[in-house]
Design a protein around this ligand. Structure first.
Ligand code: ATP
Ligand code: FE
Length: 371
């Protein structure tokens, strides 16, 4: 079994070829980091153009690196949501073109399911059911994974995702934004005192599994203003004292943001064990799962509950084609794929794109009593 995975839901254009046994034959990511720095975020039209410019190259490179041609593939998997529809369309168009021209089945993949399931490529003994914390730039989800395509959503963010908060904090602290902000904050935080600024933990009074990062962001912004830190002075040019002050804020922000994750994960594990006592793993994935502090802290929570923490290696936590190919393989194996599209599709054909696609039903929906 050989599956090509294509990912264009946000700002990375990625493709990979993965074998049914989990062997990764190729892995190509083209990032729009330069555009992000220039425009301070993802502008859909610009992102679409950037994907369109590199998609052919990225896919060709993935095939070349794997020493294959389209003919050798068993199927093509592509992210169909959630994400920016203009961007999703670029990947789906490419996937359908290959599938149509070479008569290959096509598998539509949920981006967040892909972030989750890539863990099973790395560690095949992660069996359903398990609990998953998905922390990235656009999502902050806690789910009970019951089976392929079957998730119960235990909690989500009521405002921003943690990755978004890391990115903003990085910007306000004058960190190098050539890559995403998270790794830069993590690095600077190592020099700071995590107890120096007393930020309050979000949603303490809400005994649920939802998240909120907007209030914490505001607390950080106020602390930065109070200390008169200037984002336009890069941290590399700051005085020692200024640098220490920024590091203290980074460390204090990180401590509280992650404490919020810890509290919610602990509760999510308790809720899930009531439903599925056989649970053995907490899977943590998405870009922020590459953070070492996040891993260390969550490992403690999970150990107290006698479970095991599983995180993919960092290059599989951020967006990539491998996770899409692998999720395609998992679904293909149980017979979930679509027949090849026509070899020549009209330009105006309507694709099945799902820009807003929840991962599973909400746990509390329909329950009269909030827990
Ligand atoms: P989504 O998956 O929700 O659609 P996305 O695909 O843009 O969003 P990912 O590529 O999964 O997100 O993750 C990117 C996010 O992860 C960014 O917000 C980035 O700052 C954050 N991130 C990456 N590495 C780290 C790190 N070491 N520490 C904290 N955050 C990190
Ligand atoms: Fe992602």
């Amino acid at each position: 079994l050989l599956v090509l995975g294509i990912e264009t839901s946000c700002d990375d254009t990625a493709a990979a070829v993965v074998k049914g046994n989990g062997n990764i034959l190729s892995h190509v990511v083209s990032s729009q980091a330069d555009l992000l720095v220039k425009y301070g975020g993802v502008a859909p039209k610009m992102a679409e153009a950037a994907h369109a410019e590199v998609i052919d190259q990225v896919v060709q490179q993935a095939l070349d690196d794997a020493n294959l041609t389209e003919k050798d593939l068993s199927a093509v998997a592509v992210t169909i949501g959630p994400g920016l529809s203009l961007c999703l369309r670029v990947g789906v168009r490419k996937a359908r073109k290959i599938a149509g021209s070479f008569g290959k089945p096509i598998i539509g993949v949920h981006h967040m399911e892909a972030h989750t399931l890539v863990t099973r490529l790395v560690k095949p003994d992660v069996e359903f059911p398990f609990v998953a914390l998905l922390i990235s730039g656009g999502h902050n989800l806690l789910v009970l994974a019951q089976d392929l395509g079957q998730y119960v959503q235990l909690g989500t963010t009521i405002d921003d995702a943690i990755g978004e908060a890391y990115d903003k904090v990085a910007k306000w602290l004058g960190l190098d934004m050539k890559r995403s902000g998270g790794p830069a904050v993590e690095e600077l935080a190592r020099e700071g005192d995590p107890q120096s600024v007393k930020f309050s933990t979000p949603m303490k009074q809400h005994k649920d599994c939802n998240f909120s990062f907007a209030g914490l962001k505001t607390q950080v912004r106020l602390a930065i203003e109070k200390r008169k830190i200037k984002a336009d002075v890069p941290v590399s040019l700051a005085t020692d004292q200024d640098r220490k002050s920024r590091a203290d804020i980074a460390a204090s922000f990180q401590r509280v943001a992650v404490l919020h994750l810890e509290e919610r994960c602990q509760r999510a594990i308790e809720w899930s064990m009531e439903m599925e006592p056989s649970i053995k793993h907490l899977v943590v994935s998405g870009g922020v799962a590459s953070n070492q502090y996040v891993r260390t802290q969550l490992d403690q929570v999970v150990s107290r509950k006698n479970l095991q923490l599983v995180c993919p290696p960092p290059h599989l936590c951020t967006d990539n084609g491998i996770m899409v190919a692998w999720t395609g393989i998992e679904h293909f194996r149980v017979g979930r794929s679509e027949p090849p599209p026509p070899a020549c599709e009209p330009e105006d054909v309507v694709y099945d794109l799902r820009p807003r696609w929840p991962l599973g039903e909400e746990y509390l929906k329909g329950r009269s009593e909030a827990r």
